[in-house]
Design a protein around this ligand. Sequence first.
Ligand SMILES: [Zn+2]
Length: 1059
Amino acid sequence: MTGSSRETLAMEMNQSAASVSFGKRNGCYVNRSVALLLGLLFVSATVATGLLVYYYAPQVRSEHDPLNLARTSVATERPMVPTTPMTTGGKDPATKIDVRLPRSVKPLHYLVKLQPLINGNFSILGYVEVEIEVVEATSNVTLHIADIVTKNETIKLAPSDQVQGPGLTIAKHSYDNERQFYVAELESELEVGKKYVLSMEFEGYLNDKLHGFYRSTYKAEDGSDRLIASTQFQPTDARRAFPCFDEPGMKATFEVYLGREQGMSSISNMPKFESIPIEGQPGWVWDHFNTSVPMSTYLVAFVISDFDHMNSTANDHVLFRVWARNAAIEQANYALTTGPDILSFFEDYFSVPFPLPKQDMIAIPDFSAGAMENWGLITYRETAMLYDPAVSSASNKQRVVVVVAHELAHQWFGNLVTPQWWTDLWLNEGFASFMEYLGVNHVSCSIKHSHNKDVKEFVTFRSPANFLFGRITTSFSILLWPCFLSLCVHVTFVSCDLLISRMAFVFALALLLCLAHSCFRPIALLRLRMIPGCRRSLAEPPQVSQSAAETLYCEVPGRERGRFKSPRSAKDTVCCQFPNFSLSFRKYQNAEQDDLWQYLTTAAHEDGTLPTDLSVKKIMDTWTLQMGYPVIKVTRSSDGTSATVTQERFLLVKNLNSTDTHDYKWWVPLSYTTETSPDFETTKPQRWMMDTEQELTISSLPAKDKWVIFNVQETGYYRVNYDAENWNLIIQQLKDNHESIHVINRAQIIDDVLSLARAGQVSYDTALSVNAYLGKEVEYVPWYSALNNLGYLENMFTRSSGYGNLKTYLLDLLIPLYESVGFDDNLNDPHLDQYKRVKALSWACNLGYQDCVDNSQNLFNTWVQNPSNTSLISPNLKSTVYCTGVAEGGEEEWNFAWQQYLGSNVATEKSKLLSAMGCTKEVWILSRYLDMAFTEGSGIRKQDASQVFAAVARNDVGRYLAWNYLRDQWEKIADYYGSGLFAIARIIKAATRAFNTKLELAELVLFKEEHAGQLGTATRAVDQAIERTENNINWMDNNYEVIMKWLEDNGYSSKLRSQ
Ligand SMILES: [Zn+2]
């Protein structure tokens, strides 16, 4: 993970396992229960959602008066505070329970009234009415509830047309802990087709766990502590705010009332309709919001704050507002200009107007994920929405526009059209991740046009190689990592023209990852251009000059619009119909994967782009219903003129004990080019390899002294391995003239060969020889690919005696790059050059290259002398300079960084300083820092504790310290996070990332044994750490000596002579 969690998917991985322990109160009793699982939310059949429910029996008495819930005065302390420690037991995450609600009734409309006592005891006084329709005969009504005390005497079920009547007799209120169900059991059956209203009062709790309806704190400019209330409901936490049918498929309309104090303001999904004083409670007001469109519960949102806001009038029918702390509202300017622009662009592009009258975006000081696409009210972590040009870096700015575009795309994909169940989350994440590129491109191109100069900005690109492959090591982790789709994305700047040619690719990748959410339904690939005919009209550039092509691509959105208006024209292409599929057919509804395949097949058959006997499903099922992805092996004949192609599943590490006997085969689109007639532009597959073919032969290849390269521009989702001869030809070509191979294929070759070497399918002799040309490489993307992979070697070697050799080698590769980019940053340089500089400097300083260290240290020390000079260090270089400055300094420098951290009003700046403070070489300071990270009120937010921990664990000096801290302080850490197991998993991973010795493995196994029964779903993270450590040990056994020998043979030695 990059630590740049972008979205809320994380939450889905982390629902977990917690148990709840409540005390007794007012005659209520509470059950402890356990929750499970979670990552498995995505797995339909195997879903065992960990649920956390507790229940109360006899309930607090209170008069039913929905408009006056808070009759009791604001108490000072809540007598009983719910906690959700995860250390008290955990079920086997694989336990299968059916977590789905019965389908006998469906919700139509909610009236929700909530009055959170933000500045009181954090109680939430609540009232809910749900109108339901009976679909099948039933004598009970089941809905979700968690962390809520129901007032049973107020629970009433009455026919919709007799709401004022006495209602039906509820024989029993029952609660299903594990599934977080409340069940009203009736004496008689409900009438099918009839509508009823279920209503009740309840009491909730404004928690500090960053989920459900929770509180967030910040310091105002006058130094006072302020509290706000915000929500995070995806995937299953709406039920913590109010009882509801908390499944994405159960859409309804919502009418919301929020009770607030007069000095604050409230926002929700819809515009505020009226404000009414709360009777009997001076200073309190009900904000009443318009009824929403039909939507899923996880998209409902409320924020009550004293924040400032700014309006945009850019869009005439959508009121667009941005909200932030008063002191930070200026930093929302960038989001305020790009947001409406992107919104209008999407409206045009989809030909579907934004369905709500307003769109709010708000930066929340405490936020567990990156952003959440609640309909009409997008919530963000501050770093994902706020941008200060004087302080934040180019990548911070890009992150804002990418996340904003992504969340706005969700307003259609995900919000308007919603997955039926979490297994089909790809429907919203895939589309949003795809559409975000178009949104970003639009911003980029409009900048370019308005300035009439070559501003290559924000066009994004994800390399599958660097992105996904490196993360999936085994079938086990495949379950998890892809789920972080939107979280662990690296984006880099490339020029406008690349975007369009990459977007199909990106879509494929996004889809792949999304599909992989569904464990055991794995990696899917969909390249738009895999579907015959797509490539040409969408992405294939005419043979024009680079600059003309760039202009053309920047105009693509306009061309696309034209196509959408006549979607079934002869020129139409399958690929262009993806957005239409959802939007026109599933509006306000839910969709499943096969719906999309069917839609695409029909379209493809209609315009003849797919043979009538072939369906999209047939191709795609091999990618979506099997785990993993293939490596194809190309073995050329002795004269070179033909090649045998085989495929097998690629595994970074083969599990020798695996009992998996499935015959993995895919429909693989094969494209290739040759040295004799190199063509890196035609990416349309020359051949398809069917899933039934054991091997196929490609003929008409050149003689054996000329190379062939498969997977042109890496448009197919597979790796390629060659025979030794062909690898050598490629190595030679790279050395002689690397530019004759397309830059994307250079990145691909590097990533493939290093990954294949790591997997034991190619020797490191070959892999390291491929790298040998890098001294001449000036493009960012191949470097990115190389450094990402070499990071693993660096990580494995760092504590071994051979590290000196490896370091000499790495510096030898890097110094030419370092020299070419220079230490002095220039914000007017092309973005990729800026990125290249950031990468080169961070590696050079990290490897201790003296020039880099000296420059950084000097800059840092100058800053210490002039702390108010914020323009001293280029925003791009801050991470490296801060880290190096702290590492080379002592307590004084550390304390200086801490003061800067406390004093900064910019979240991205705080984040950089937090990571940098983990770079110190003073062990006691690191130790103190770890303590602070897990202590309430230390100045480090809970949302940032895992970042601090990871920074310490990344530091060679801090690595064991972090691991020991984790072992010693396990209970404390677990308590601190409550159910926030995503953070716990990150911490475990950070601590054990570089483990590669038998001793470390033994420690890990012991840790698991000692905490058996307490780990809850953190068990998964520990199991993964164990597996990773075993793999690393094997890797060291197999490769350490080989690499050492190669380094020695090639002159990279740090051996000392004895005389
Ligand atoms: Zn998303």
